[in-house]
Every structure is written in structure tokens, then in C-alpha cells.
Design a protein around this ligand. Structure first.
Ligand code: ZN
Length: 465
């Protein structure tokens, strides 16, 4: 397969195809077919998301996919921000529709009319809901599987609060949730506040989680937005206060998508193929029997696979005939399975199991009696190894620069002093061909702008997807 370092883009396209994650031959550009293996990985990511939001009193809902033009037009900046990306449904059967309907590009317009019915008093707040659905954007740029597409697998959380302070607490909670999700996916990132001209349409401010892929381009893998009362004023979401007056709710949102899967594929994989973090892996352990005349390897392998399955581990038993063990090893390595178990004569007779890590290829001899706990411990180790490799990759591709001159030829996430002005951002974009991701919010440092020399803070710049 392609060399990942030299030809990242080709490597990515190839692995998505040969690992059976997605099929882009569907006749609509940017609308791809989720294949079983890819869908399982995405469902595992969804499960990780649910496990992290459910205990914090988020309730899962499911809203209709269609939004009328009237609903969408309620918030002016919002509709303006999406007008070039919306798919419109204009006919029902042969009849032209009286009111055109949009396929949701995001769900503010679908949800907030309902919020205004649901929110009556203090007792209804905070309101915290989420859904995992497909959203639709008419992308005109070059599409790329899981990264830039027209039908997007999307997680969106929406909240309403009785005060701006409580909405700010929600923003902090999102960051905690994100820390947990990203650590299970072993993904390093920066938190950047998008410039005003690039924030979510209708938001007061947008914080984005930016990572960087091996080709050196950044990828936005999550966003959280503070809306204040921008939407609630337009959609009339208000509650009755104790003194008899009404107050508009403050709102926030949190969005994630299949770009999480893209980042997992791109950052962790190597020249042999995918490497899945154990929590994401559709198959965590593959059992490969090595056929023999001496021992009943087949039934022993079967019993080992069931033992692990009963311990809650996701196991595949590869008992296909006509394939050599070596062929199977390569194939499962390519598919990124974290741990392989090899069972031949020796294992069946001694009841000691050979396990091999996908990350380091180190071999381990495990006692059958302690197998489940040993395997779980090895999976934990693998997760740590994957995180460590991802952090090394990240530290190679994000660096602090102190002058425009130094920034020439830089790649990855480029950090440098910036005053926050559009003019200086434009200069950087023009001379270096970097986009402006905004001010970094991992730290709060005072810096002099590398363009104009005025006081500023740490800006983040990159070529991005
Ligand atoms: Zn400046």
C-alpha cells in the first residue's frame, strides 16, 4: 500500500477502500455508502459520545429532517450562513410545494420553535438534548470520505439556560466531555476561538477543536458554540421569572461528526494499514487458528473466542479455509485490529496463548486461566501506546513561530502572535497561504503580532481541510 508519510492523501483514500470502511462509488458525489466495518467503527464512536453525555442529563431526541423555509429564515445570520449549502425540496409528487423545505444542514431551525413551546418556567431549564442524525450540505469543494461530504453523520447537542452564566458553565462542561471523548479516541488537539468572520452563523462565539493530519493540514473535529440570546430572541424561547417578567434563555450547542473517524484513521494508521484504539475498534481481538494434525486447534480456538466474547471483548474468529495464517495476519493488521491471538499445536497443548500487539508487534504468552484479564490489560497498554504515538505526531506538527519570515515553509498548526485584526490575518493568508483558525485557548499568553507588531495573543494558522 501507499507510503503514509510521503503520500498521505493517496494512503488515506486507499485504506478507506481496502479496509472496507466506505464505498464512494454511489452515484451522488459526496454521498457515500457506509460499509459494515466502517459503520461499526462509527457506532463505537457514537457509543463513546453517548456514554459521556448521558450521565450529564442530556436527553436523546430525534427531529424531522425537513425544515420549512419559514423556520430557517427566523434567524437572519443563520440562514445567510447556510444559504449556499442547503438542499431544497420543492415538490411533493408532481405538486410544487407551497412552502419549500430544506434538508437540515444543522438543526437549530428545526428545534428552536419547539423549544419555545417546551420552555415555560425556571423548572424547564436547563434544557439539554442531543441527537445523532444525518445532516446535508451542498458542498461544492472537492469531496473526501469522512472529511468533506454532502451527507454527514452528525452529533449535535443543544441546550437552553436561565442565564448567560449558566450557558458559560455549559461551555465548560462541553470541554470536559470533549477531553474524555478525545482521550478515548487518542486524538490530540488545540482549542481555538474562531475569528468573528468565521464563527458559526448566529453564534456569539465559537470554540473549535483542531487537530492536524499527517499531510500537515489541520482538521476541525469538533465545535462548541455560545449563542447567548441570539436565537432565543428570534425563536421566542423565554421563561417566566419569579417577579412575573419574561427572560430569554441563553443557548449553546456542541457538534461532532464522522470527521472523528477520519482523524482516527489518519492519525493512528501506518504503512501496514489502520490502527484502531481499542474503544473504537470494530474487532478488538482476532483469533487466528494455525491448522495442525497434532491437536484440535479449531475447537480450542473456538473456545478461546467464546471465553473472550463472554468477557465483553469484541472478537473475530478467522477460521476461513484456503487462506494461510500469514495472509490472515496481514489482512487483520491492515484492518487495524489492536490484538491478534495465534493458536497452533503449542498453544492448544500447553494452554498458553500467544498474543501479538498491532502497535509494537511484541508477542506475549498468556495463561489461559487469566486470559480475559490479561487481554484487557494489553488493550489498555495499546491505548496508551497509540496516544503516545499520536502525541509525538502532534508535537512534530504544531510549533510556535516568532516572525513571518520563520513561518515561511512551515507546515501543520502554526502558532504565532496575532493582534486579531482581519488585515493581519489577510496578510498571513496571502503571503503564506495559511487560513486563520483563530486565537488559541489552551493558554492565554500575550504576544506581539508578527505582522503589525501590536499587542495581541497567540494565533493559530494552517492550511486546512
Ligand atoms: Zn496585527
Amino acid at each position: 500500500m501507499e507510503n503514509k508519510k510521503e503520500n498521505f492523501s493517496e494512503w488515506y483514500n486507499e485504506i478507506v477502500e481496502i479496509a472496507g470502511l466506505s464505498d464512494k462509488r454511489y452515484p451522488i458525489k459526496g454521498m457515500n455508502v457506509w460499509l459494515p466495518y466502517g459503520l461499526k467503527a462509527m457506532q463505537n464512536i457514537d457509543r463513546i459520545i453517548r456514554q459521556n453525555v448521558d450521565p450529564l442529563d442530556f436527553q436523546e431526541v430525534s427531529f424531522p429532517v425537513l425544515i420549512t423555509r419559514d423556520q430557517l429564515s427566523v434567524e437572519f445570520e443563520h440562514v445567510k450562513g447556510f444559504e449556499n449549502e442547503v438542499y431544497w425540496v420543492t415538490r411533493g409528487g408532481m405538486e410544487p410545494l407551497e412552502v419549500e423545505m430544506a434538508l437540515r444542514p444543522t438543526s437549530e431551525a428545526a428545534m428552536y420553535g419547539m423549544f419555545s413551546l417546551w420552555v415555560r418556567s425556571h423548572a424547564d431549564l436547563p434544557l439539554k438534548i442531543y441527537q445523532i442524525v444525518n445532516v446535508y450540505r451542498y458542498e461544492t469543494k472537492h469531496t473526501r470520505t469522512f472529511i468533506r461530504i454532502r451527507e454527514i453523520h452528525f452529533f449535535e447537542a443543544h441546550t437552553a439556560h436561565d442565564s448567560y452564566e449558566d450557558a458559560e458553565r455549559q461551555m465548560a462542561e462541553y470541554r470536559t466531555i470533549w477531553d474524555r471523548i478525545s482521550s478515548e479516541l487518542c486524538l490530540p488537539f488545540l482549542i481555538d476561538q474562531r475569528p468573528d468572520w468565521d464563527k458559526f452563523p448566529g453564534a456569539k462565539y465559537t470554540l473549535a477543536f483542531d487537530t492536524v493530519l499527517p499531510g500537515g493540514r489541520s482538521l476541525q473535529i469538533g465545535t462548541i458554540h455560545q449563542y447567548g440570546t441570539n436565537f432565543s430572541r428570534n425563536y421566542d424561547i423565554k421563561y417566566l421569572k419569579d417577579d412575573g417578567t419574561h427572560e430569554y434563555a441563553s443557548q449553546t450547542t456542541f457538534g461532532l461528526s464522522e470527521r472523528l473517524l477520519a482523524a482516527v484513521i489518519a492519525i493512528h494508521g501506518d504503512d501496514q494499514g489502520l490502527i484502531f484504539p481499542p474503544d473504537v475498534a470494530p474487532v478488538q481481538v482476532v483469533v487466528v487458528p494455525i491448522p495442525s494434525k497434532r491437536a484440535d486447534v479449531a475447537s480450542y480456538s473456538d473456545s478461546i473466542a467464546s471465553l473472550l466474547r463472554n468477557a465483553g471483548i469484541r472478537v473475530a474468529l478467522d477460521s476461513r479455509e484456503n487462506y494461510t495464517p500469514g495472509f490472515k495476519y496481514n489482512e487483520w493488521e491492515m484492518k487495524g485490529v489492536p490484538l491478534r491471538i495465534e493458536i497452533g499445536d503449542r498453544e492448544a497443548e500447553s494452554r498458553k496463548i500467544t498474543a501479538v500487539k498491532r502497535t509494537s508487534r511484541k508477542k506475549y504468552q498468556l495463561l489461559e486461566g487469566e486470559l480475559a484479564s490479561s487481554i484487557k490489560a494489553l488493550l489498555e497498554e495499546i491505548k496508551v501506546e497509540i496516544s503516545k504515538r499520536a502525541d509525538e505526531h502532534f508535537s512534530r506538527l504544531h510549533r510556535h513561530y516568532s516572525s513571518l519570515e520563520e513561518m515561511k515553509g512551515a507546515e501543520g498548526l502554526v502558532l504565532a502572535g496575532w493582534c486579531g485584526s482581519r488585515e493581519c490575518s489577510d496578510t498571513i493568508e496571502r503571503t503564506l497561504e495559511f487560513g486563520t483558525l483563530g486565537f488559541n485557548r489552551n493558554q492565554d499568553s500575550r504576544e506581539k503580532c508578527v505582522v503589525c507588531g501590536r499587542e495581541g495573543s497567540l494565533g493559530v494558522f494552517s492550511r486546512s481541510y
